[in-house]
Design a protein around this ligand. Structure first.
Ligand code: PNS
Length: 166
């Protein structure tokens, strides 16, 4: 039987428990899951792509069934490279729907064989986003419960160096 291969793409700047919950839920549904960090020169990020890949690798013991990569360009081209037919995306709230709906249909336009699988994270993580985590932690808020320990420490260290540079 053909392998069911999926890609979970994102910025993951940084990865948090909401992302990890989604990875845990989607992993058993596919023979192979590629967590793929977008290399986006245009978007200002706190961590480099290499750092983000490394952080995710530290958290997920990579096996044949779960790999961490980065990609540039079109998602559908990366999916072709790894032989994936499904995109996994999280839907936290209705506000996510519109943009996700557009992305799913655009990816289908680019490759009609690509399907997007939407998954809901654990209810108590639906308000969590990397953007808000960076904003709140940058202002001194303690969100350590929303991130794995190693990521929380790296985030604190990065925010500290940032503020001492300013
Ligand atoms: O975590 P994010 O920032 O919401 O992830 C967005 C991502 C990486 C899924 C999206 O920007 C993407 O797939 N970019 C690759 C470029 C592409 O293929 N664009 C066309 C699909 S709309």
């Amino acid at each position: 039987m053909k392998k069911r291969i999926a890609v979970y793409p994102g910025s993951f700047d940084p990865i948090h428990h909401g992302h990890l919950d989604l990875i845990q839920r989607s992993r058993p549904l596919f023979d192979e899951l590629h967590v793929a960090v977008l290399e986006n020169e245009g978007k200002k990020s706190l961590f480099t792509v290499a750092e983000r890949v490394e952080m995710i690798r530290e958290l997920l013991c990579e096996h044949e069934d779960c790999q961490v990569d980065s990609f540039s360009g079109l998602l559908v081209d990366f999916m072709d490279e790894v032989g994936a037919k499904a995109v996994v995306r999280g839907l936290r709230a209705v506000s996510d729907f519109e943009v996700e709906f557009q992305m799913a249909l655009m990816n289908r336009k680019l490759n009609p064989k690509v399907e997007t699988v939407f998954m809901m994270p654990k209810a108590d993580l639906t308000y969590v986003s990397s953007r808000l985590i960076k904003e709140v932690c940058g202002l001194g808020g303690d969100l350590s419960s929303l991130l794995p320990d190693i990521i929380w420490k790296k985030l604190q260290a990065r925010l500290d160096t940032r503020s001492s540079d300013e």
